[in-house]
Design a protein around this ligand. Sequence first.
Ligand code: FE2
Ligand code: FE2
Length: 347
Amino acid sequence: MPSSSSPTVFLLLLHLFVRLSLFGMTILVEHPDSAVEVEEKKVSDQTGEENELVLDGGFVVPPTNAFGHTFRDYDVNSDRRDGVEEFYRINHINQSVDFVKRMREEYGKLDKVEMSIWECCELLNEVVDESDPDLDEPQIEHLLQTAEAIRKDYPDEGWLHLTALIHDLGKVLHLPAFGELPQWAVVGDTYPVGCAFDESTVHHKHFKKNPDYNNPAYNTKYGIYSEGCGLDNVLMSWGHDDYMYLVAKENKSTLPSAGLFIVRYHSFYALHRAGAYKHLMNEEDIENLKWLKIFNKYDLYSKSKVRIDVEKVKPYYLSLIEKVKTNCSCYWSWMEGNFYFPAKLRW
Ligand SMILES: [Fe+2]
Ligand SMILES: [Fe+2]
């Protein structure tokens, strides 16, 4: 982000104040360890409808993406639009209960590679996400742009900075050493399988050719699930989110449950944007969703052409990976190596 005195920020603020009316709202978000108060300023447009947050802890949301279009606009007449729709057509046809179960079994073995978190960040540099209409930068830029923007506004939430750094590492699934999965099985919005596909999911019409679409066991509101069963018990369409969640869990990460929730559901826009599938959530999910909504603004809106000086910020993130959990900083837990992640993880 440019400094607050720069003309760019001034113009952004002017733009927002001219076009939108602001009103403030304060919500209390329970921290995994303590409690922090988050100031949310919501905006309403000329139709009076509530839109996304524009300011969060000082973070200024740009009005357009790096291509000059509204963020996540899948209908805009851009060069990438047709490619993105084709991506979702194939994704929606193929993400079935059977497919997800097979992927979870195969990748749950974690027998592909052994490497550290940072080595994975560097490895990810090769991947460009074709499903994303807002970004065509190498992924490490996106990881660090997201983490640095959050760090600026929430300087004490080390677990959240680290969550931001790792949230997209599962995109290595696209690389040859990980079976070179096609983009439709790695990136894009995610959604539950095993119950009816909610209409709020992007390009919903393409689910009609999914084998589960007409299966009475899978096409009702609850399908194979029950009221309040907890998202942990729900099969999500397979991609980098669920894979990284499996990697973190199986490697015994001590990230708080809100961090793991962000990793698993950050592409679940039908939930955190449209409010669908809430009938499957339990109490813990409801608490964690507040953090996911905060995270999502940075994940989405920090994408820009402003490059991060990787070498400059690297020492901070390395120290974070090996940092002892803040609520468990006693001598013995340090001796036992109670870090957020082991030095080497199985992937
Ligand atoms: Fe992601
Ligand atoms: Fe992301």
